[in-house]
Design a protein around this ligand. Structure first.
Ligand code: FES
Length: 99
């Protein structure tokens, strides 16, 4: 659905679900994953519907992923970093208070 308008000029290697992805230095993680053909970033807690970035400005929370083991990160607000390991959000964000 999405594709780059120009080749990557300053490559950054990230990993999504164990697969290598070439990103452009300085771009958002959501943009990099969309350009790589990723179409499912998480599934809803209510009915398991597939979700992907919608607003790209931090409002909708449809872009949540796990980044380097930290869950519930908004990929549209995260900048790619060399070696970043990203996974689909595996479970809904907890509503329980932290201990
Ligand atoms: S795409 Fe909406 S919060 Fe990230």
């Amino acid at each position: 659905m999405f594709r780059r308008r120009a080749p990557v000029s300053a490559p950054v290697t990230i990993w999504f679900e164990g697969e290598e992805v070439q990103a452009e230095q300085g771009e958002s993680l959501a943009a990099a994953l969309l350009a790589a053909g990723v179409s499912v970033f998480r599934h809803t807690a209510v009915n398991g519907a597939a979700r992907a970035p919608f607003c790209m400005i931090g409002n909708c929370f449809d872009c949540l992923v796990e980044i380097d083991g930290e869950t519930a990160r908004q990929s549209c607000l995260a900048t790619v970093r060399e070696g970043m390991k990203v996974r689909r959000q595996q479970r809904p964000r907890s509503t329980e208070p932290d201990d």
